[in-house]
Design a protein around this ligand. Structure first.
Ligand code: FE
Length: 344
């Protein structure tokens, strides 16, 4: 190729770039994201996306249920292109409410394992969290913690802390138990667990872990990233808790420790579907996934992404590979069952 034709090619490429810019500004260079994750947990990634693609992300944050009803009441006029929220149970509620449209992209299919996305592709998991047992190092031998079922054994009478049954994390955990053991066994288990409570459920997951450190209970069930946050915090209470508490991974000899996801779906009436899909792909790729692990001590869903130092310090574990869709499908049964078992 001579020099002249190289210049011509470069000029042509330049023209293309300019005309595609004009085409984009004629349509829309933005995407609207409704997110139940607080801004700090998502904004840096969104800024990186904008810097890379020129697509502005308008972020609206709120509670998961609040945003869900907002999208419902806005109907087909909703500006929302994407809804991001935590817990497969909540994502399933959004799907049931007819909010999402199914999508397939090669990047999402490759990045998000089958069990961590909706079975009909209405939503995709973006980060994974585990719900293991946290135990007092001074008072508990971790070998005593074998699986979730054994938490109903008499040896744990008055020793367990866990938050209330209106919390979706517990509902999803019980939904998984129903899938593995059936309703009858799970209900008996829930009664035994309630009998083992050290106190009436109060507070969130963090409070349960702190309660183990302060001696109110010997073991607690909670999500891993809260403990990660404490490990990275310089606050004295957090540091004290981290020094006294450790993680035991239940069900390693059977189906694995219960896990859940945060996830995202494309809104049915999205006006910027192409930009929205670009953002979904972006959030699932390795570098974004690494960021989740670093910033929020969540496990990446993308198997090629790296675990942060905190995650590595907790060691490898076998995670339950039950389909996240089942957690949503069993949610109503789980809620009724917990009520019958007296789990307040
Ligand atoms: Fe949480």
């Amino acid at each position: 190729m001579n020099r002249g034709s190289k210049v011509l090619l470069a000029l042509a490429a330049g023209t293309l770039a300019v005309s595609s810019l004009i085409a984009c500004s004629g349509s829309s260079d933005e995407v609207n994201l409704y997110s139940s994750r607080n801004e700090g947990l998502i904004k840096p990634l969104l800024d990186e996306f904008t810097a890379e693609t020129g697509i502005r992300v308008n972020l609206l944050t709120g509670s998961g249920s609040g945003l869900l009803s907002r999208i419902q009441s806005e109907g087909s006029n909703t500006p929302a292109d994407l809804f991001l929220t935590v817990d497969a149970g909540s994502l399933h509620r959004a799907k049931q409410a007819n909010l999402f449209q199914p999508i397939h992209t090669q990047i999402l299919e490759g990045a998000v394992p089958d069990h961590l996305r909706d079975s009909e592709r209405h939503w995709y998991g973006l980060s994974m969290r585990a719900r293991p047992v946290f135990y007092a190092k001074e008072r508990v031998n971790p070998e005593e913690i074998t699986d979730y079922l054994s938490l109903a054994d008499e040896q744990w009478r008055g020793r367990i802390c866990v938050r209330s049954s209106d919390n979706i994390y517990n509902q999803s955990m019980v939904a998984a138990m129903i899938a593995h053991h059936g309703e009858a066994v799970t209900e008996e288990w829930a009664r035994g667990l309630v009998a083992n409570f050290a106190r009436n459920p109060v507070g969130g997951d963090r409070d349960q872990i702190h309660a183990v450190a302060s001696g109110q209970c010997d073991i607690a069930i909670a999500n891993t990233y809260y403990f990660g946050g404490m490990s990275l915090s310089e606050d004295a209470t957090n540091q004290n808790t981290v020094s006294k508490v450790a993680i035991a991974w239940p069900a390693q000899d059977s189906y694995g420790t219960h896990v859940n996801v945060s996830g995202i779906g494309l809104i049915k009436s999205a006006r910027n579907p192409e930009n929205a899909i670009k953002l979904m792909n972006f959030l699932a790729r390795e570098s974004s996934q690494n960021w989740y692990a670093e910033a929020n001590s969540e496990y990446p869903v993308n198997p090629n992404a790296q675990w942060s130092e905190v995650l590595q310090s907790w060691g490898n574990f076998k995670a339950d590979e039950i389909s996240m869709s089942e957690l949503g499908e069993n949610n109503a049964a789980a809620v009724r069952l917990m009520d019958r078992a007296g789990w307040r």
